[in-house]
Design a protein around this ligand. Structure first.
Ligand code: HEM
Ligand code: MTE
Length: 464
């Protein structure tokens, strides 16, 4: 095609609002991203921060943009090139320089922020996921916290406030242990992306893990701050992780869940008997059993109670479910409730997709879980794409009815007759309310790519 027109940084800078079109630069290219504003997974306001200027300083913080699919998407909006006389940009310091080291076995989705899952075939090896392999879902850099000066701020009743040190938390409140599975709403998004790309993190089946958490009950801290059961509203949490504008991660849960003595909501300082690792919220995180991962706020700084849900981006404009009919042109975020309890879920961890399995005895393994404390009562497995079914054997810790916060692992030993060429392995779980999983992704696909709990399917070939 014809060469692109050449612009100076000053010319680009004039395009800094929707009225003047929104231009940005990346390297020496100029883009008009006005038509992308509403489609941006990170929100329109974030792009407006870079309007008229360079993306580099922002993408140093949100380096998940430096992926091929994002750069390709950006290329579609190219309108010009910077004039060659422009001085190069100073390289900003890396906001992720302070992130902790990680286990090399993790399957990395994005490095900055760090988003990674355990290899699928390891997921169901242990009922409790070892801390280094537990999936990690960060929206921002991991904050560095000095445990000696750390304080948890709790807004109390009638304008009072509590400021609690780690020592206060450990000495003033009884220590509780809860074994709970944490699952991200985006778990298994890759299967949704394969159908129709959502342009968001392509999690495989590993954005789910289980730990034994210990800490204090949120309920006990709220009672100490003057609240009582029967009050209502929402409990909002804020993290210590923030972007360059000081925006912190935040989320909320219903007050009723927070105060329910059988809700088991924890402020955890230990994970599987070890000090809470930095990636998982050191020194303190919220664990909300039965509820979507997004509300389990890490690096907890502040708790407040009020009539409104958290106003954060992640409560209002993300982690909500929509009809497949909803598009970025007609989405109304105020119409859908924030995800709290999750639907019944299961996946096959072994064999791996496209593996070659020998005829004879075959072991199929996986996990199954449901939200809201609903236990998994059954897992059905098919080897022929859903025509005939077998019941898998379930294992896991016994948990009280209505408080089945942890997953079940399952196994099926089957015999593959000689002459079989391929298997279409499928699994689906059933929870205590007899909820079952939908058979395919199409009818539950949504623009945010959340809540994928379709039957999990693994195709393998049979041979020596
Ligand atoms: C996420 C594109 C500018 C902040 C994303 C994603 C895409 C994208 C495709 C999803 C990535 C994934 O989940 O794999 C773009 C394009 C931009 C742009 C084409 C060019 C104008 C910005 C700027 C900022 C920003 C300037 C910040 C100031 C974010 C954030 C997310 C995100 C915070 C993650 C949302 C979440 O937490 O899931 N962007 N982006 N983006 N972007 Fe951008
Ligand atoms: N808390 C803070 N402060 N910042 C975050 O980015 N991510 C949330 C939640 N809590 C997040 C957070 C999301 S989306 C999930 S799924 C879980 O943490 C993941 O917890 P994990 O990294 O311990 O697995």
């Amino acid at each position: 095609g014809p060469p692109f027109p050449v612009f100076t940084r000053q010319e680009v800078a004039r395009h800094h609002s929707e009225g003047d079109r929104v231009w940005v630069t990346y390297g020496s290219d100029v883009f008009d991203v006005t038509d992308f504003l509403e489609l941006h997974p990170g929100g329109k306001s974030k792009i407006l921060l870079a309007a008229g200027g360079a993306l580099e300083p922002f993408w140093a913080l949100y380096a998940m943009h430096k992926q091929e699919h994002v750069l390709e998407l950006l290329q579609g909006y190219k309108v010009g090139e910077l004039s060659p006389e422009e001085p190069p940009l100073p390289t900003p310091g890396d906001p992720y320089g302070g992130d902790p080291p990680r286990h090399p076995g993790l399957k990395v989705n994005t490095l900055k922020p760090f988003n990674a899952e355990p290899p699928s075939e390891l997921l169901a090896e242990n009922f409790l996921t070892p801390n280094p392999l537990f999936f990690k879902r960060n929206h921002l850099p991991v904050p560095t916290v000095d445990p000696a000066t750390y304080r948890l701020y709790v807004q109390g009743i009638r304008g009072r406030a509590l400021s609690l040190s780690l020592q206060d938390l450990k000495s003033k409140f009884p220590k509780h242990k809860v074994t709970a599975t944490v699952q991200c709403a985006g778990n298994r998004r890759a299967e949704m992306n394969a159908l129709r790309n959502t342009n968001r993190l392509g999690w495989n089946i590993g954005a789910i893990s289980t730990a034994c958490w210990s800490g204090v009950r949120l309920r006990d801290v709220l009672v100490h701050a003057g609240y009582k059961q029967g009050d209502d509203g929402h409990v909002s949490f804020e993290g210590l992780d923030k972007d360059q504008n000081g925006t912190v991660y935040g989320a909320s849960i219903p007050f009723e869940k927070a105060m329910d003595p059988k809700g088991d909501v924890l402020l955890a300082y230990e994970m599987n008997g070890e000090e809470l690792p930095r990636d998982h919220g050191f020194p303190l995180r919220v664990v909300v059993p039965g509820i979507v991962g997004a509300r389990n706020v890490k690096w907890l700084a502040r708790i407040s109670v009020g009539p409104e849900e958290s106003q954060s981006h992640w409560q209002q404009k993300d982690y909500k479910g929509f009809s497949p009919a909803v598009t970025w042109d007609n989405v109304d975020f105020s119409k859908a409730p924030a995800i709290q309890e999750m639907p019944v879920q299961s996946a096959i961890t072994e064999p791996s997709p496209n593996a070659l399995v020998p005829p004879g005895e075959l072991t199929v393994k996986g996990y199954a879980w449901s939200g809201g404390g609903r236990g998994v009562i059954r897992v059905d497995v098919s080897l022929d794409g859903g025509k005939s079914w077998h019941e898998a054997k379930l294992t896991g810790e016994a948990q009280s009815p209505g408080r089945a916060w942890a997953w079940k692992l399952w196994q099926l030993k089957a015999c593959v007759p000689p002459g079989t060429k391929e298997l279409n392995i499928v699994c689906k779980a059933v929870d205590t309310s007899y909820n079952e999983q939908p058979d395919s992704v199409g009818p539950i696909w949504n623009i945010l790519g959340v809540l994928n709990n379709a039957w999990h399917r693994v195709h393998v070939s049979v041979g020596e």
